[in-house]
Design a protein around this ligand. Structure first.
Ligand SMILES: *Cc1c(COP(=O)(O)O)cnc(C)c1O
Length: 413
């Protein structure tokens, strides 16, 4: 071991020993079957892709087994009432609410993030005064948000203007109905100023819709306190709900009575079982529902949320910044000079929970890293992306990832 590396190993061990969230890691299934059955003494996988698909927590399988065998297998249709299936979208929404700074009754779970972006944008446009005919989107947005915004604009006779997130506040004006902003940029890991941009949009008379896919569960979000109008987010990244787990929609309480959904399904009707031909919207969060909820994945998410019961989000944020700082330090110390460049902001106030490194041949580098048991992901054309989920990532994992990255870069230099 090089002297640098030895010192970093000591630091990593100290940081892990002092980690207030260390015990939470045991709530997750992190061994890797192929590594272990391969015999030998290969170390565990280092999983740095929780910002794409969060790891499985131990409570999910027993809970889903119960849901399938008892609630579906035996109670069948009775479970809509007796097992609380019908109201699960609001109940699980109220479990997500504290993670995004929302009081109860404003978050509903269902459908995908893409679909919820559509509901929020069209509802916002319908709420906006006449003459406000433009939707702003941040230019670096996750693609689905931009696609949906353009379709929502075509349907409603609006236009879309794409701008760097940093310019949205200054550019919003008398024609702006709503701006859709990604809280954390999925490519670079840059964190945007939710409070400041929301306040500027409001000063311009526009509504603010935020996509929390890369922030909820990784850092504090204060939707109520910051006056956000609409928010959406997925639950399979930092909330570990499982592949394709349903997304959530937040509509600020005082806007709920004016929320005119573009997808008014029978689940959001004031009297769903009245089966009336005419639509009359339910009050409150259920107004964001569409059709029959995806019960199996919704209840998998419900079980996955148990890991948060005694976790304080500020602790998560502290550890997230600690991990990303330490990883950047390890990469700087160990990787061959000039081979990678961080495109993730240094300033804590501008950093989400991932580190993105620009690197020539990034696709091959990530394939080799994965083969060595360090799983991140690759975003074309040249970005290596490492997500740090504070609930189950250790400082020793960050060091090992940097060490393996350095070795791969030495080999491909
Ligand atoms: C992951 C992600 C999505 C995903 O949308 P789906 O409808 O779940 O596929 C949307 N927006 C952002 C910003 C994301 O990071």
């Amino acid at each position: 071991m090089l002297p640098d590396e030895a010192a970093l190993a000591v630091r990593a061990a100290e940081l892990d020993a002092a980690d207030r969230l260390a015990a939470v890691r045991r709530r997750f299934v992190l061994h890797s079957g192929t590594d272990e059955s391969g015999g030998g003494d290969r170390p565990e996988q280092v999983y740095l892709d929780g910002n794409s698909l969060g790891a499985l927590s131990t409570g999910v399988l027993p809970r889903l087994t119960e849901v399938i065998t008892r609630e579906w297998g035996e109670l069948r249709i009775r479970s809509w009432e007796e097992s609380g299936w019908w109201t699960a979208p609001e109940r699980v929404g109220d479990r997500i609410a504290p993670l995004v700074g929302a009081a109860p009754g404003q978050v509903v779970v269902g459908d995908s993030t893409s679909v919820n972006v559509f509901k929020a944008l069209v509802a916002a446009v319908r709420m906006a005064p006449r003459g406000r005919d433009e939707i702003l989107v941040d230019a670096a947005t996750f693609p689905t948000d931009g696609y949906i915004a353009r379709s929502a604009a075509r349907l409603t006779g609006h236009t879309v203007r794409a701008l760097p997130a940093a310019e949205l506040a200054a550019e919003a004006g008398p024609r702006t109905a709503v701006a859709l902003v990604n809280h954390v940029d999925f490519r670079t890991g840059r964190l945007h100023d939710l409070r400041g941009i929301t306040a500027a949009l409001h000063r311009a008379g526009a509504l603010a819709a935020w996509d929390l896919c890369h922030s909820a569960g990784a850092l504090p979000v204060a939707l109520d306190a910051d006056g956000v109008d609409f928010a959406v987010g997925c639950t399979y990244k930092y909330l570990n709900g499982g592949p394709g787990a349903p997304a959530y929609l937040y509509v600020r309480r005082d806007l709920q009575p004016r929320f005119d959904s573009p997808l008014p399904g029978w689940n959001s009707h004031a009297d769903p079982f009245g089966m009336a031909p005419g639509y009359e919207p339910a009050d409150g969060a259920p107004r964001g529902r569409v059709g029959t909820p995806e019960i199996l994945s919704l209840l998998a998410l419900d079980a996955a949320l148990d890991v948060w019961d005694d976790v304080a989000v500020p602790d998560v944020r502290d550890k997230s910044l600690g991990l990303t700082d330490f990883f950047l330090e390890c990469v700087a110390a160990l990787a061959p000079a000039g081979r990678v460049e961080s495109i993730t902001p240094r300033a804590h106030a501008e950093r989400g929970s991932q580190v993105s490194l620009r690197c020539a041949g990034a696709g091959d580098v990530m394939r080799e890293l994965t083969a060595r048991g360090v799983v991140g992901d690759y975003r074309r054309p040249d970005v290596l992306r490492f997500g740090f989920t504070p609930l189950y990532t250790r400082y020793t994992d960050a060091l090992r990832a940097a060490r393996e990255l350095a070795a791969v870069l030495e080999g491909t230099g």
